[in-house]
Design a binder for this molecule. Structure first.
Ligand SMILES: Nc1ncnc2c1ncn2[C@@H]1O[C@H](COP(=O)(O)OP(=O)(O)OP(=O)(O)O)[C@@H](O)[C@H]1O
Ligand SMILES: NC(=O)c1ccc[n+]([C@@H]2O[C@H](COP(=O)(O)O)[C@@H](O)[C@H]2O)c1
Length: 274
């Protein structure tokens, strides 16, 4: 009974995943525990959405590899999946648009279930018409799942970087969908929310998840260690490490990619404000 009243949540993480690390996976587990501890939510799915190549971040290797590594990393997870829609778009896609896309996918999936259920329910009603009223609880459908953006505190703090995010996108993400933010060394997420009027206004929709074990595994650190021939075992799943080593994916050469190229959001917003 109580389980049915909980709001279903799908967590969406957008990022480079260059490459996916154990911390990316842990971020999902921490967020799920945190939301479910409130007693209000049931986290039903996690989605990793690697950014497309057009994001042009320094050292970003091809999306097909980043997607494949994320798939290998989540192979044993019962609830974290990888979606390549964003990575396949020719242009860089704003995160608010990615969230909108996944939200509408969720709603249509839910609608399909509803339609199938309506047919079943009509048939079943004919059989159950004379049955005890208590059995009608069986027809209650839980609401559509909510989609929340999952990120680290560095992404939250990047909201204040000029020309990186559109204010209306931030408002839409925190106001309409919601944000789950995992603390990260060097960032003070609570303070940041308190100092921003728009974030403070939507603070009930911003869930800050504290990672008590300081864990600053970063993809940058992994790439740097790989270039230097240092071990990165246990910082990322073994399958991902094998995938990288089999293809020599990260090198001094790959790190030079997009050097001196302006990051897609800066390019877009700087142009638009001229
Ligand atoms: N150690 C960490 N703690 C909390 N959040 C993290 C951590 N590592 C990554 N994240 C979050 O995971 C998401 C995707 O991250 P991303 O792919 O940019 O990884 P990254 O390690 O920050 O990458 P890079 O080092 O290349 O900048 C982001 O929301 C980021 O904040
Ligand atoms: N305006 C925006 O929507 C905006 C700006 C900067 C980064 N992002 C996203 O945040 C993520 C950040 O990834 P990195 O931390 O690897 O740069 C990416 O998915 C990127 O698309 C979105």
């Amino acid at each position: 009974m109580a389980l049915q009243q909980k709001t279903k949540v799908v967590l969406l993480a957008c990022g480079s995943f260059n490459p996916v690390t154990n911390m990316h996976l842990r971020m999902f587990e921490l967020a799920r525990d945190h939301l479910e501890d409130t007693g209000k939510y049931r986290v039903v799915r996690g989605i990793i959405s690697p950014v497309g190549d057009a994001y042009k971040k320094k050292g970003l290797i091809e999306a097909c590899h980043r997607v494949e590594m994320a798939k290998q990393a989540t192979e044993n997870s019962s609830w974290i999946t990888v979606d390549d829609w964003e990575s396949q778009q020719a242009e860089w896609v704003e995160t608010a648009k990615v969230v909108r896309h996944h939200h509408s996918e969720l709603l249509s999936a839910e609608q399909n279930v509803d339609e199938a259920d309506t047919v079943k329910t009509v048939k079943r009603r004919r059989v159950e018409e004379n049955e005890d009223a208590c059995s009608s609880a069986d027809h209650n459908r839980p609401g559509a799942p909510e989609l929340k953006l999952l990120c680290g505190a560095d992404v939250l703090e990047s909201f204040s970087v000029p020309n990186l995010w559109k204010p209306e996108d931030i408002e839409e993400i925190v106001g309409r969908y919601g944000l789950v933010c995992v603390t990260r060394g060097g960032c003070d997420a609570e303070k940041f929310v308190n100092q921003s009027d728009v974030l403070f206004q939507h603070r009930k929709n911003i869930h800050i998840v504290r990672e008590w074990v300081t864990n600053d595994i970063s993809a940058t650190h992994v790439r740097r260690s790989l270039r230097r021939g240092r071990s990165v075992r246990y910082l990322l799943p073994d399958r991902v490490l094998d995938y990288i080593q089999d293809r020599c994916l990260y090198s001094a050469e790959s790190e030079k990619k997009y050097t001196d190229v302006i990051l897609a959001p800066f390019q877009r917003y700087t142009k638009n404000t001229e």
